[in-house]
Write a protein that binds this ligand. Sequence first.
Ligand code: 0PR
Length: 365
Amino acid sequence: MRERGCSEEELFSFLSSKRREDLGYHNILSSMCTSPHPVAERVHAMFLETNLGDPGLFRGTASLEDLLVRRIGELMHHPDAGGYATSGGTESNIQALRIAKKRKPVASPNVVVPASAHFSFEKACDMLSLEMRTAPVDACYRMEVDALDGIVDKNTVCIVGIVGTTEYGMIDPIARLSELAEERETFLHVDAAFGGMVVPFLQNPAPFDFQLPGVDSISVDPHKMGMSTIPAGCLLVRDARMFTCLNVDTPYLTVKQECTLAGTRSGASVAAALAVLEYLGKDGMRAIVAGCMENTRRLIEGMETFGCPRAVTPDVNVATFVCDASPAGWRVSRTRNGHMRIVCMPHVHRDVIEAFLRDMGELNA
Ligand code: 0PR
């Protein structure tokens, strides 16, 4: 650290030069994050110093967290669901597995996830000393429920299904998982970190949430399709009492116990997440999701005219292609199978898709 501080001018010129090294979202087609909604930016600044880790000091902000949980609970067909705002899908998944493990104390616990699961489950299982068992996916990259018979056993503490897989944007057969989880009396966690803010706004979606009696917990991330600032995740549980097993005593705080993983937690992105939902309403969210889905269809149609077939028809706004080359100046990603992957986030407007397709066309010419 410097002995004497530098001037504001020097500092900000240094920081601005670093910020210019970052890419702007305009050409980023690989991300599940997006530029925050203008309302989220404004609210984030308003709540900058708030700490949800000591909620009695920030009662107003803490009540916004409760309201956020309620709003997302309503979307998941269970307004009274328990929940709290996490730092994102990774923390939500870790916490869900902690609950599942504590609810079924067996000597060698295992967790069954689809092969398409996000790598956060690997972290969670490592931290919690859980054996991670991987269930195969079918030709459409959805979890093969029929294969679970040989994989789920009496030591399985949790089955995981995904709503909006990271790589292919697929929805696992959650209704069938719910039946199986009930039959086997096993905890079912739904990772809807991405799809949780998409599927409720599609027309007549198949049930994937607390409507299904076997679903115990759900991850939903406002910092993805919820257009909040980072970090904003949400873990919901069917019954708030499920969190009790995670409680630790916090004798010198304004609350005497806490179940969260993080201690100090910013209220800024949480207030921002709620604000976006309140501001847009279901109507506004439906319009944004419809636009993203329409752009996904347009992208797929355009890519196929260049001889780049879709890897699969996605359930949400993630498009994947058999396509080796990608035009310069664009950030696309590759799945583990080598497919080109593009996430049609809200910042990927129609004109961005058309510009990308033009560049693809030139590459192919
Ligand atoms: N579950 C699912 C289904 C996810 O897709 C992700 C992240 C997580 C859990 C973990 O969420 P957090 O990253 O919030 O903890 N999916 C994206 C991915 O890994 C995250 C991401 C976002 C990656 C922006 C890159 C990027 O530029 O692809």
